[in-house]
Design a protein around this ligand. Structure first.
Ligand SMILES: *Cc1c(COP(=O)(O)O)cnc(C)c1O
Length: 359
């Protein structure tokens, strides 16, 4: 038969590996099932025999991997009769919480840092009808306030300290294993609040422990130098980076992230903003894949580690591209040195513009 059942989201697909019942009302926007794209041109440029794949999480319904966790968190909030949810966010969590809350018919309160949020993410939260509270402080301040308020008000936290978030997010590791037919040798990803590395490690472990695969990847996670508590060994006071999604100084899943790194035999490393933006541009130009700055740090990481030999030839590497490039158009346009060509609406001028740019 030439038909397949409609894809209805990751809870339906991985129902037996997630904490839901047969009669649970599932809140889904068809998240998950994102493409695993093999890099061709960048791999060739590295001049080493390494297979690099990107898990393009920017293609989730609200444009980031947060949707994997949010479908679970909102589904469980509804299950528990919650009427409102709250999160602190650098942007993507608020966009996702807003969308899934709209779907579920509950009120999302989102605390965002004043002025340090990418425009696309703010637009999403506002369009979906979230109560957007801009605080004079950063993500870490927001996180502290959210924890305090949830102790005093009947409201569910949907940050990644909510255990259901990680349950949903672990499914990305399942999908990677199913597509590769095995676990990768290395998995590279950005490191912010540290929920995602913890979730991937949980997912890889689950398939390893149930005997579906016989190996687990080394987990390699990267931070922006201005917001690198894992590299400093302690929280940092005023995190700064152009990669606003990982502008976090006091990560909530501190112990879990360390455990993932140590148990897997992986490592943490850091990149400055210039390197992050260069990786973002390279991926867009050479492979046709547009991710946001924070996501690109995994590309910077894999390139450095392959070049240095830390990731040896013959390896299979996966990188999580956590969010879509369209989330942050300002940062993207600012780093494009070539401006649009402006001409009169005449054939001769179009022809001229083409001739001068044929390469
Ligand atoms: C949330 C987010 C991160 C960081 O993930 P953590 O789970 O907080 O470590 C990285 N990139 C993007 C685009 C994000 O939205």
């Amino acid at each position: 038969m030439p038909f397949r059942p409609r894809y209805t989201g990751l809870i339906d697909k991985y129902r037996d590996r997630l904490p839901v019942h047969d009669d649970t009302r599932i809140i889904s926007l068809g998240e998950g099932n994102t493409p695993l794209i093999r890099l061709n041109n960048i791999s060739r440029q590295l001049d080493k025999e390494v297979d690099i794949y990107v898990k393009y999480e920017g293609l989730n319904p609200t444009g980031s991997f947060k949707d994997r966790g949010m479908t679970m968190a909102i589904t469980k909030a509804i299950d528990a009769n919650s009427k409102a949810v709250i999160c602190a966010s650098t942007g993507n969590t608020s966009a996702s919480a807003a969308a899934y809350s709209a779907r579920a018919g509950i009120i999302p309160f989102v605390l965002i840092p004043d002025g340090k949020i990418a425009l696309g993410k703010l637009a999403q939260a506002m369009m979906h009808g979230a109560v957007v509270i801009q605080i004079q402080g950063n993500f870490d301040d927001g996180m502290r306030l959210v924890k305090e308020v949830a102790e005093q008000a009947p409201i569910t936290i949907v940050n990644s300290i909510n255990p259901y978030r990680l349950q949903g997010q672990k499914t990305a590791a399942f999908e990677i294993i199913e597509e590769l037919g095995k676990a990768p040798d290395y998995h590279c990803l950005p490191l912010g609040n540290a929920g995602n590395i913890s979730a991937y490690w949980m997912g890889y472990n689950e398939y390893f422990q149930t005997g579906i695969v016989n190996q687990r990847p080394k987990m390699c996670a990267y931070q922006a130098s201005g917001a690198a508590p894992f590299l400093r060994g302690h929280p940092v006071e005023n995190p700064e980076t152009v990669a606003t999604a990982i502008r976090i100084g006091n990560p909530q899943s501190w112990d879990k992230a360390w455990a993932a790194q140590k148990e897997s035999g992986g490592w943490f490393d850091e990149f400055d903003d210039q390197d992050i933006l260069a990786a973002q541009k390279l991926l867009a130009e050479k492979e046709g894949i547009f991710c946001e700055p924070a996501s690109a740090i995994s590309i910077a990481g894999v390139m450095r580690d392959v070049k240095s030999g830390k990731i040896p030839e013959g390896s299979v590497v996966t990188c999580t591209l956590t969010g879509h490039g369209l989330k942050d158009p300002d940062t993207a346009i600012q780093q494009c040195t070539v401006q649009p060509i402006k001409i009169k609406a005449e054939l001769a001028e179009v022809k001229n513009a083409i001739l001068q740019n044929m390469g």
